[in-house]
Design a protein around this ligand. Structure first.
Ligand code: FPP
Length: 248
Protein backbone atom coordinates (compact mmCIF):
# COMPACT_ATOMS: atom_id res chain seq x y z
CA UNK A 1 0.00 0.00 0.00
CA UNK A 2 1.21 3.50 -0.69
CA UNK A 3 0.24 6.90 0.61
CA UNK A 4 -1.57 7.52 -2.66
CA UNK A 5 -4.15 4.90 -1.67
CA UNK A 6 -5.91 6.32 1.33
CA UNK A 7 -3.66 8.28 3.65
CA UNK A 8 -3.64 12.01 4.15
CA UNK A 9 -0.37 13.31 2.72
CA UNK A 10 1.97 15.46 4.78
CA UNK A 11 1.34 19.15 4.25
CA UNK A 12 5.01 20.03 3.82
CA UNK A 13 7.79 17.77 2.55
CA UNK A 14 11.36 19.08 2.39
CA UNK A 15 14.12 17.22 0.55
CA UNK A 16 17.89 17.29 0.75
CA UNK A 17 18.76 16.17 -2.76
CA UNK A 18 22.07 14.38 -2.27
CA UNK A 19 24.19 12.03 -4.34
CA UNK A 20 24.29 13.49 -7.86
CA UNK A 21 28.07 13.29 -7.91
CA UNK A 22 28.23 9.73 -6.57
CA UNK A 23 25.52 8.64 -9.03
CA UNK A 24 27.71 9.92 -11.87
CA UNK A 25 30.95 8.52 -10.38
CA UNK A 26 29.40 5.07 -10.09
CA UNK A 27 28.82 5.18 -13.86
CA UNK A 28 32.20 6.66 -14.77
CA UNK A 29 30.46 9.88 -15.84
CA UNK A 30 31.33 13.50 -15.02
CA UNK A 31 29.55 14.99 -11.98
CA UNK A 32 27.73 17.41 -14.25
CA UNK A 33 25.79 14.49 -15.78
CA UNK A 34 24.61 13.59 -12.28
CA UNK A 35 23.33 17.13 -11.74
CA UNK A 36 21.53 17.02 -15.09
CA UNK A 37 19.81 13.77 -14.15
CA UNK A 38 19.06 15.44 -10.84
CA UNK A 39 16.93 18.05 -12.62
CA UNK A 40 14.83 15.25 -14.12
CA UNK A 41 14.34 13.89 -10.60
CA UNK A 42 13.22 17.38 -9.52
CA UNK A 43 10.54 17.35 -12.23
CA UNK A 44 9.33 13.93 -11.13
CA UNK A 45 9.27 14.94 -7.45
CA UNK A 46 7.16 18.01 -8.29
CA UNK A 47 4.74 15.83 -10.27
CA UNK A 48 4.41 13.28 -7.47
CA UNK A 49 3.97 15.97 -4.81
CA UNK A 50 1.13 17.50 -6.85
CA UNK A 51 -0.44 14.11 -7.49
CA UNK A 52 -0.58 13.08 -3.83
CA UNK A 53 -1.78 16.46 -2.60
CA UNK A 54 1.30 17.75 -0.76
CA UNK A 55 0.87 21.51 -0.26
CA UNK A 56 4.53 22.54 0.11
CA UNK A 57 7.62 20.91 -1.39
CA UNK A 58 10.95 22.43 -0.39
CA UNK A 59 14.07 21.42 -2.33
CA UNK A 60 17.63 22.18 -1.20
CA UNK A 61 19.12 23.27 -4.55
CA UNK A 62 22.24 25.21 -3.52
CA UNK A 63 23.57 25.71 -0.03
CA UNK A 64 25.62 28.61 1.24
CA UNK A 65 28.38 26.02 1.75
CA UNK A 66 28.26 24.90 -1.90
CA UNK A 67 30.40 27.98 -2.75
CA UNK A 68 33.34 25.81 -1.63
CA UNK A 69 32.99 23.72 -4.79
CA UNK A 70 35.06 24.35 -7.93
CA UNK A 71 33.85 27.34 -9.99
CA UNK A 72 33.02 25.07 -12.93
CA UNK A 73 30.60 23.02 -10.83
CA UNK A 74 29.04 26.14 -9.31
CA UNK A 75 28.50 27.54 -12.81
CA UNK A 76 26.97 24.25 -13.82
CA UNK A 77 24.51 24.24 -10.92
CA UNK A 78 23.55 27.87 -11.56
CA UNK A 79 23.12 27.05 -15.26
CA UNK A 80 20.84 24.13 -14.47
CA UNK A 81 18.62 26.23 -12.22
CA UNK A 82 18.43 28.95 -14.89
CA UNK A 83 17.54 26.32 -17.49
CA UNK A 84 14.95 24.78 -15.18
CA UNK A 85 13.22 28.12 -14.65
CA UNK A 86 13.37 29.11 -18.33
CA UNK A 87 12.09 25.75 -19.57
CA UNK A 88 9.68 24.77 -16.83
CA UNK A 89 8.21 28.02 -15.52
CA UNK A 90 5.37 28.13 -18.07
CA UNK A 91 4.41 24.53 -17.28
CA UNK A 92 4.65 25.04 -13.52
CA UNK A 93 2.43 28.11 -13.89
CA UNK A 94 -0.07 26.16 -16.01
CA UNK A 95 -0.11 23.48 -13.30
CA UNK A 96 -1.04 26.17 -10.74
CA UNK A 97 2.30 25.72 -8.90
CA UNK A 98 3.44 28.66 -6.81
CA UNK A 99 7.23 29.14 -6.71
CA UNK A 100 8.92 30.60 -3.68
CA UNK A 101 12.66 31.01 -3.19
CA UNK A 102 14.40 30.99 0.19
CA UNK A 103 18.02 31.84 0.90
CA UNK A 104 20.27 34.88 0.93
CA UNK A 105 19.58 37.15 -2.05
CA UNK A 106 22.35 39.63 -1.22
CA UNK A 107 25.14 39.56 -3.78
CA UNK A 108 23.39 36.95 -5.91
CA UNK A 109 24.57 37.16 -9.48
CA UNK A 110 22.64 39.22 -12.04
CA UNK A 111 22.17 36.15 -14.20
CA UNK A 112 20.11 34.34 -11.58
CA UNK A 113 18.32 36.76 -9.22
CA UNK A 114 15.99 38.30 -11.84
CA UNK A 115 14.94 34.80 -12.94
CA UNK A 116 14.15 33.76 -9.37
CA UNK A 117 12.10 36.92 -8.89
CA UNK A 118 10.32 36.35 -12.21
CA UNK A 119 9.40 32.80 -11.12
CA UNK A 120 7.95 34.10 -7.87
CA UNK A 121 6.11 37.03 -9.49
CA UNK A 122 4.63 34.95 -12.33
CA UNK A 123 3.23 32.32 -9.99
CA UNK A 124 2.38 34.55 -7.02
CA UNK A 125 -1.39 34.05 -7.21
CA UNK A 126 -1.33 30.32 -7.90
CA UNK A 127 -3.13 28.15 -5.39
CA UNK A 128 -1.74 24.65 -6.01
CA UNK A 129 1.50 23.14 -4.74
CA UNK A 130 4.01 25.66 -3.38
CA UNK A 131 7.47 24.73 -4.67
CA UNK A 132 10.02 26.25 -2.32
CA UNK A 133 13.50 26.39 -3.85
CA UNK A 134 16.25 26.78 -1.24
CA UNK A 135 18.98 28.57 -3.16
CA UNK A 136 22.09 30.09 -1.61
CA UNK A 137 20.45 28.86 1.57
CA UNK A 138 21.98 28.04 4.94
CA UNK A 139 19.86 27.77 8.08
CA UNK A 140 22.34 29.49 10.39
CA UNK A 141 22.66 32.33 7.91
CA UNK A 142 18.84 32.58 7.68
CA UNK A 143 18.54 32.76 11.48
CA UNK A 144 21.36 35.32 11.69
CA UNK A 145 19.66 37.52 9.05
CA UNK A 146 16.38 37.29 10.99
CA UNK A 147 18.28 38.29 14.16
CA UNK A 148 19.68 41.37 12.40
CA UNK A 149 16.18 42.36 11.25
CA UNK A 150 14.84 41.98 14.78
CA UNK A 151 17.79 43.85 16.30
CA UNK A 152 17.12 46.76 13.94
CA UNK A 153 13.43 46.82 14.85
CA UNK A 154 14.29 46.86 18.56
CA UNK A 155 17.02 49.50 18.12
CA UNK A 156 14.64 51.72 16.18
CA UNK A 157 11.99 51.36 18.89
CA UNK A 158 9.52 49.54 16.64
CA UNK A 159 9.59 46.36 18.74
CA UNK A 160 10.00 45.97 22.53
CA UNK A 161 12.67 43.35 23.45
CA UNK A 162 10.07 41.13 25.15
CA UNK A 163 8.25 40.84 21.81
CA UNK A 164 11.14 38.69 20.53
CA UNK A 165 9.05 35.53 20.69
CA UNK A 166 9.31 32.26 18.80
CA UNK A 167 6.55 33.55 16.51
CA UNK A 168 8.32 36.88 15.94
CA UNK A 169 11.48 35.05 14.92
CA UNK A 170 9.55 32.69 12.63
CA UNK A 171 7.92 35.67 10.90
CA UNK A 172 11.35 37.07 10.00
CA UNK A 173 12.77 33.85 8.58
CA UNK A 174 12.81 33.29 4.81
CA UNK A 175 10.07 30.69 5.36
CA UNK A 176 7.61 33.17 6.93
CA UNK A 177 4.07 32.01 6.23
CA UNK A 178 5.16 28.47 5.30
CA UNK A 179 4.29 25.72 7.81
CA UNK A 180 7.22 23.77 9.26
CA UNK A 181 8.10 20.63 7.29
CA UNK A 182 6.31 17.51 8.50
CA UNK A 183 9.05 15.39 7.04
CA UNK A 184 12.56 15.99 5.74
CA UNK A 185 13.81 13.37 3.29
CA UNK A 186 17.50 13.01 2.48
CA UNK A 187 18.75 10.82 -0.33
CA UNK A 188 22.08 8.98 -0.78
CA UNK A 189 22.22 7.33 2.65
CA UNK A 190 23.76 10.34 4.43
CA UNK A 191 22.04 11.00 7.74
CA UNK A 192 22.41 14.66 8.70
CA UNK A 193 20.67 18.01 8.15
CA UNK A 194 23.66 19.91 6.74
CA UNK A 195 22.41 23.35 7.84
CA UNK A 196 18.98 22.86 6.23
CA UNK A 197 15.87 24.32 7.92
CA UNK A 198 17.38 23.97 11.42
CA UNK A 199 14.75 26.18 13.07
CA UNK A 200 11.83 24.72 11.13
CA UNK A 201 12.92 21.09 11.67
CA UNK A 202 12.17 21.18 15.41
CA UNK A 203 9.43 18.55 15.08
CA UNK A 204 10.04 17.23 11.57
CA UNK A 205 10.30 13.51 11.00
CA UNK A 206 13.53 12.57 9.26
CA UNK A 207 13.53 9.92 6.54
CA UNK A 208 16.82 8.82 4.98
CA UNK A 209 16.74 6.79 1.79
CA UNK A 210 19.75 5.02 0.24
CA UNK A 211 19.05 6.02 -3.37
CA UNK A 212 21.10 8.77 -4.97
CA UNK A 213 19.03 11.82 -5.97
CA UNK A 214 18.94 11.02 -9.73
CA UNK A 215 17.26 7.71 -8.79
CA UNK A 216 14.56 9.41 -6.71
CA UNK A 217 11.63 7.91 -8.59
CA UNK A 218 7.91 8.00 -7.82
CA UNK A 219 8.28 4.65 -6.02
CA UNK A 220 11.13 5.91 -3.84
CA UNK A 221 9.18 9.09 -2.99
CA UNK A 222 6.01 7.16 -2.13
CA UNK A 223 8.05 4.67 -0.08
CA UNK A 224 9.53 7.56 1.94
CA UNK A 225 6.03 8.97 2.49
CA UNK A 226 4.90 5.55 3.70
CA UNK A 227 7.71 5.50 6.23
CA UNK A 228 6.65 8.97 7.40
CA UNK A 229 3.01 7.87 7.65
CA UNK A 230 4.02 5.00 9.96
CA UNK A 231 5.60 7.40 12.47
CA UNK A 232 3.80 8.58 15.56
CA UNK A 233 4.23 12.31 16.01
CA UNK A 234 3.89 13.57 19.56
CA UNK A 235 5.24 17.13 19.43
CA UNK A 236 6.55 16.66 22.96
CA UNK A 237 3.13 15.43 24.15
CA UNK A 238 1.97 11.93 24.99
CA UNK A 239 1.36 8.94 22.76
CA UNK A 240 -2.20 8.44 21.60
CA UNK A 241 -3.32 11.98 22.32
CA UNK A 242 -3.75 14.68 19.69
CA UNK A 243 -1.12 17.41 19.89
CA UNK A 244 -2.17 20.67 21.48
CA UNK A 245 -0.76 23.97 20.28
CA UNK A 246 3.02 23.86 20.19
CA UNK A 247 4.44 26.46 22.56
CA UNK A 248 7.95 27.48 23.30
C1 FPP B 1 23.82 17.03 -4.23
O1 FPP B 1 24.64 16.19 -4.97
C2 FPP B 1 23.08 17.96 -5.07
C3 FPP B 1 23.33 19.30 -5.17
C4 FPP B 1 24.42 19.97 -4.47
C5 FPP B 1 22.54 20.17 -6.02
C6 FPP B 1 21.15 19.76 -6.38
C7 FPP B 1 20.78 20.46 -7.60
C8 FPP B 1 20.03 19.96 -8.61
C9 FPP B 1 19.36 18.67 -8.56
C10 FPP B 1 19.86 20.73 -9.88
C11 FPP B 1 19.19 22.08 -9.83
C12 FPP B 1 18.01 22.24 -8.94
C13 FPP B 1 16.74 22.57 -9.31
C14 FPP B 1 15.71 22.88 -8.25
C15 FPP B 1 16.31 22.63 -10.70
P1 FPP B 1 26.19 16.21 -4.69
O2 FPP B 1 26.85 16.95 -5.81
O3 FPP B 1 26.47 16.76 -3.34
O4 FPP B 1 26.51 14.69 -4.76
P2 FPP B 1 27.65 13.91 -4.00
O5 FPP B 1 27.41 14.10 -2.53
O6 FPP B 1 27.44 12.51 -4.45
O7 FPP B 1 28.95 14.50 -4.46
Amino acid sequence: MTISDDRTPPEHVAIIMDGNGRWANARGLPRTVGHRKGVEAVREAVRVAGDVGIRYLTLFAFSSENWRRPATEINDLFGLLRMFIRRDLAELHAENVKVRVIGDRNNLRDDILPLLIEAEETTRDNTGLTLVIAFNYGARDEIARAAVTLAREVAEGRLPPEALTVEAIGERLDTAGIPDPDVIIRTSGEERLSNFLLWQAAYSELVFVPEYWPDFSREVFLGALDRFAARERRFGGLAGRPPVAVRS
